[in-house]
Design a protein around this ligand. Sequence first.
Ligand SMILES: [Zn+2]
Ligand SMILES: [Zn+2]
Length: 182
Amino acid sequence: MIIRIDDIPEEGLNLDLREKERILSDLPSPMSLPPGVAIDPGVKGRLRLFIDKEDIFLLGRVQALLHLQCSRCLEDFSLEKEMDLNVLLRRGSLASTLKDPEGDAAEGETVFIEGDEICVGEILAQEILLELPMKPLCHDECPGLCPECGAPAGSSECACPREERADPRWNALVELKKKLAK
Ligand SMILES: [Zn+2]
Ligand SMILES: [Zn+2]
């Protein structure tokens, strides 16, 4: 989705993103994603573009479907991520903006754009990348892999008895506790 800056009316421009538009499907440069990560190209949500003097704002809320790999059990899983967007689009290069004393007064992200067009998909892709979890978990309580057999712990593939596998380093403490209890 390419928007010409000149086409943004004074009252702003509302954008309705639909899943079937697959806004991330043809970006000018492909996203560089960490291994095991994919982002569904069908991002949905509502965005608003408006111009305030020299600045252009992209605000709204989107939902992206992320395909991740659990950092504990290495299973693939999907995660729907809902995120607020608050992006300031600056025309010109980074260098010229850094000289601007008011350059970092704005809240939210600042994205630099060149030319007179805005590629909404590209900005979305950048923002979603920032939201990727560092250590994705298929769920908070993911037990990870069984240290004995390497299968996901507690899964049907793992038949290892769990109770008796207590860390032997704790034995001395358990003994001491028994003594103290007497
Ligand atoms: Zn997991
Ligand atoms: Zn096991």
